[in-house]
Design a protein around this ligand. Structure first.
Ligand code: MN
Length: 391
């Protein structure tokens, strides 16, 4: 068995759509993380890796932003990946024309719809916003590409207006409407209500774009799918503005293991993908980040280590090899003989029982003196106990 989750997850009332589309926005919303700038070779590396793991759609960038950004998008399109390539456009003709010039499969065109954004950012009325959106959608549809309409700040928008603008977008032929929870301010129950309300009036596919300001991006994305949405946006490592976006690896692993869905992803490449994005964006993955964090498969406590050596699923919901991660036994003040023996076996070192006890003793002492037990110190302790000189 490679994973073991709660049997109470099997609720027959919880239904998911038959087909779920994941569109990854690491290279657009993820790149909007303060301080991140991805150039063409870096974007190409990420796009190839995303395609390799089986992502359905890649939001490759925002081509109107700069010449280099446009070049990056064009280069990704030229790769002829399996994933569809989408880009972001404002509801402006020049944005859409730039996207079309990149030969992308589709666009996500957006407009803020909440009173707050209309008043303080756009300085326009609902009617004006609606007309601009429809003009842009019409222009894009004239070019025969996939068009998604995203209502920015949708989760803080008047429901009547939101329904109206999505309805009109549907009439204008969009393939998908996006609910952007721009500041991560909705609850899973709120998403459930909103999506069910929209479903009463809209037949077009609904996508969730969730931010993680309250740590609910994954729960909100999943609540959306259960309520009738069938597409979700993600970023690798959950990077993005402020607290970031719904993380790709968390979403896919939750849907696969917790809910038992088969999305066709190559899970074993997730850890490598996470490391690649960490390196290229310079945004470090927190040690306790779910799924890909450094500590997710590290154990120190003697009680845990003993159990994990016997049966890893005692203290891991799934085995690290499922995502290409590694288990590490960390030696420290909580270590027992079994953990140290496992580490010695790993290094191919045989010791007597008495030597083993002395090594354990030394490790605890060193750690309590404030020393971190890395491989170098571990070797030093082993050699001193066995009466061998340091190399
Ligand atoms: Mn966003």
């Amino acid at each position: 068995m490679k994973y073991f989750v709660s049997p109470f997850n099997n609720d027959a009332k919880v239904k998911f759509p038959g087909k779920i589309t994941i569109y990854d926005t690491t290279m657009r919303d993820g790149e909007q993380t303060p301080g991140v700038c991805l150039r063409t070779p870096e974007k190409l590396q990420i796009a190839r890796k995303l395609d390799e793991i089986g992502i359905h759609q890649i939001e490759a960038g925002f081509p109107i932003v700069s010449g280099e950004e446009k070049k990056s998008v064009k280069a990704i399109v030229k790769e002829d990946l399996n994933a569809d390539i989408l880009v972001l456009s404002r509801t402006k003709k020049e944005d859409i024309d730039t996207a079309i010039d990149c030969d992308v499969d589709g666009i996500i065109t957006f407009m803020a719809t909440s009173e707050l954004h209309l008043k303080h950012k756009l300085k326009m009325t609902q009617e004006e916003a609606l007309n601009i959106c429809m003009k842009s959608i019409e222009h894009a549809k004239d070019h025969g590409i996939f068009v998604a309409f995203s209502a920015e700040d949708a989760t803080r928008t008047d429901l009547g207006f939101l329904k109206k603008i999505y309805n009109r977008a549907e009439e204008y032929g969009v393939e998908r409407v996006h609910i952007a929870d721009t500041v991560g301010a909705i609850s899973p129950q709120g998403v459930g209500y909103l999506v069910r309300e929209l479903r009463k009036d809209i037949n077009t596919e609904i996508a969730m774009h969730c931010h993680n300001d309250f740590g609910m991006a994954i729960a909100n994305s999943i609540a959306g799918l259960i309520a009738g949405a069938s597409a979700v946006s993600t970023t690798v490592n959950g990077i993005g503005e402020r607290a970031g976006n719904a993380s790709l690896e968390e979403l896919v692993m939750s849907l696969t293991l917790i809910y038992g869905l088969d999305l066709g992803f190559k899970l074993e490449n997730f850890y490598k993908l996470s490391k690649l994005v960490e390196k290229l964006t310079n945004v470090s993955v927190p040690e306790n980040k779910p799924i890909v964090g450094r500590n997710v498969f590290r154990h120190e406590s003697g009680i845990h280590v003993d159990a994990v050596i016997e049966e890893p699923l005692t203290y891991e919901p799934f085995l690290p090899e499922l995502i290409g991660h590694h288990r590490r036994i960390v030696l420290g003040k909580h270590s027992g003989c079994r953990a140290v023996k496992a580490k010695l076996d790993e290094c191919g070192i045989e010791v007597t029982k008495d030597e083993l006890c002395q090594i354990v003793e030394q490790i605890k002492k060193s750690r309590e003196k404030g020393k971190y037990i890395n491989d170098e110190l571990f070797n030093k302790i082993v050699r001193s106990v066995r009466g061998l000189a340091d190399l």
